[in-house]
Design a protein around this ligand. Sequence first.
Ligand code: BES
Ligand code: ZN
Length: 954
Amino acid sequence: MVNSHRKLIFNVYVGFYCTAIILPKICICSRFSMPSSDQFNQDPGAFPEATNGEPFPWHELRLPNTVIPLHYDLFVHPNLTSLDFAASETIEVLVRDATQFIILHSRDHEIMNATLHSEEDLRYRKPGRQLDVLSYPAHEQIALLVPEELTADLKYYVAIDFQGKLADGFEGFYKSTYRTLGGEIRTIAVTDFEPTEARMAFPCFDEPLFKANFSIKIRRESRHIALSNMPKVKTIELEGGLLEDHFETTVRMSTYLVAYVVCDFKWVSGTTSSGVKVSIYASPDKWSQTHYALEASVKLLDFYESYFDIYYPLPKLDLVAIPDFGSGAMENWGLITYRETSLLFDPKTSSAFDKLWVTRVIAHELAHQWFGNLVTMEWWNDIWLNEGFANYMELISVNATYPELQFDDYFLEVCFEVIKRDSLNSSHPISNQAKTPTEIQEMFDTISYNKGACIVDMLKDFLSEEKFRKGIIHYLKKFSYGNAKNDDLWNSMSNGCLEGDFTSGGFCYSDSKRTHSTLTFQGEDVEVKEMMATWTLQKGIPLVVVEREGRALRLRQERFLSGVFKEDPGWRALQERYLWHIPLTYTTSSSNVIHRHILKSKTDVLHLPEDTSWVKFNVNSNGYYIVHYEGQGWDQFIQQLNQNHTLLRPKDRTSLIHDAFQLVSAGRLTLDKALDLTRYLQHETSSLALLKGLGYLEMFYHMIDRRNISDVTENLKHYLLRYFKPVIDTQSWSDEGSVWDSMLRSALLKLACDLNHAPCIQKATDLFSQWMESSGKLNIPTDVLKIVYSVGAQTTPGWNYLLEQYELSMSGAEKNKILYALSTSKHQEKLMKLIELGMEGKIIKTQDLASLLHAIARSPEGQKLAWNFVRENWTHILKKFGLGSFDVRIIISGTTSHFSSKDELQEVKLFFDSLKAQGLHLDIFQTVLETISKNIKWLEKNLPTLRTWLLART
Ligand code: BES
Ligand code: ZN
């Protein structure tokens, strides 16, 4: 960091605060409250202290908007041998209000020089003014102090020379390595910025609202290539053999979407029907796994251009498989980066589920090119506008481009997944406050992603496909290259504007008496904004209780809470002030018609047009609510499912199973009723419903197995094997059939082998031996690969062989399966070895440590081991990943949330308390504690029922 001259700084400060008094405009116009000079004189200590001891002129985490960036000229020269980079930038800024300092974000840079030119300086080639630089690391900010006040409404050019180290983790500008087939370790350099890490790569205005254009230049060696958001315009040869690539200037965009990669990768390319060049990049030995991604990304890009009626605005789109990657993928505009397993597809080792995963991740990141990149949320509190929508668009686009993947079935799981979290009191609203980088990272959670997507799906179902699409096209066109907030979306959803209206900037609604978010539903005005506010600003999920009295349906809405029973003293208080506008749907046993009704009040009554035996609410499970049928309701379904389950839609059968078991957790339905509901599953033909029912039974099995409740474990095991035997026996050890056939096959055979079903173990053992004998060359059907490896991993030679193969394998899909198999060993020392390898990060990469710990913690043998390891090595873990990172959150919840005893709860609580005492706090702590309490309560209440229910059936 440049050493500031103390005297000059002092002058600057006097100048700044005097100015503030004389021209209060400077302070008032700032979005944030500025300290007054009086305040400064009275209490200079109230100001943050820069690293050199000077007062730092800004005390907010958010930047002032007195100076805004327009354009960045960025030059970067990474050295992949010394692992550092030299860089420089010129930022063209517009001064909105006169000021004597510019605040920028910057983290871990050494700044060598900073100068400022006015437009006039440039015109007359005058030398720039030298700037003093102060640094305030706690806020990741620097202040550039200007000797003379910058004039409002003028443009200036800030030039900064800086250098830094390539980071070790997965953030900012970091190094990644890979192993070639020949065993050589090679290094590449790559960026990953979202949400707040662009500031690690270059000093910048690192907030999503500060959009600008970027012109990027990268210097590299000739053995490498450089990629960035835009296509390369030219390459300059420098003395000494270095090359410098110049990239076209980007469109207006946020800093978190800037990206560059220096690597030696190979690629495949194709062109979309509108002429966009799409390329998939991977390390040379993985090139052969790029073809599926190319096909999928071209198809999906074509789809989105036509669905959004907006061309993808860049001439090219690169998708790169990065060997070390923190999340699953990142949507950088024009240069999307992926974890290898999220992009590469190897027909020999990638399963049907892997294909679904790759397709969805591509669809997700491509959706962001519109939702997120073209239109960005104003601030991270509304990250769901990016993530919820991208998650939702996966459904729309994959269903249209790859109908055979039956993604809409998978989407049901997306909603079920988040309900677990959202039915705890520790949940939070979709739009939530977030200030610090950790809080911002925590916003990237299942609430933003999954609940966001599910409530959008509910809205689409309510509005109709056509209106919904019109609404999002309106939203995207209106806010292109800009930023938006929740209300902007809802306003767009309710009026069908014409093209011309978008540019006029006004809202368009035909009836002037209505507000711009009103729409008509069954002759009634509905406020979309008001309705959606109940879903985005309020946490939790509603429970709709239905009570039949002849043709009358009495409806009641409550807040659904799992783990808190109605008879508990705290229940009532937790219900207060919760009310949703629920777009209900229902069908009856007497017709296929889908009826609709909006439930806006606590209670309501509906009248059925005819007599029916049952009424099923939440048709196809499109709504984000749980339904409880009081009186005979559940019995009628049990009866119907047993008589002829096909009278209910497959998704309705699945959602009945889901809701029933959720209601058990909330103490509203007895476990034996829910179990009785699964008794028809022997005849079930829908993989979706079977997987759901099986999933719950398996979960209970693992819960009691971990607690060593052996009588129930044994009985449940026998029940499962006997009950599902007919379906297990019909499974072939092959890859035949649809994706869902494959998923069901994998789940059933895995269950059978997990439960030591002799024919399963035998078949898997045979296949494993053949595979070992063929030196790993035998092709095993991908659906059963994980099962075969897991059975093979139970002997020491098998385990060791798998570990060798792990190191050699060039397929991420295969490596994941092997690692999972290795983690199922019952030997503590083998599990410990895996953890050590994960910590070392060579054979098992650090990026896979979190899922490894999670996998180990699932088994009775591994649960304590993983948990103790996390507690004892917390500091090392935290050093590898940031506090709010996905990894730390997965490590914490993955190693604790299956606990179900009071002692374990106490242990976890103590650990969290010790972290809090160090100032470390995460939302997930409360989620975990509530989850464990819920498990304890579940066992207390349901174990006796489960025991008796099983005894009656064995
Ligand atoms: N924008 C995110 C990546 C991200 C995640 C940035 C967390 C910052 C914090 C990206 O679009 C994303 O959502 N990736 C997902 C994959 C997706 C298919 C759900 C991920 O990384 O898990
Ligand atoms: Zn995303």
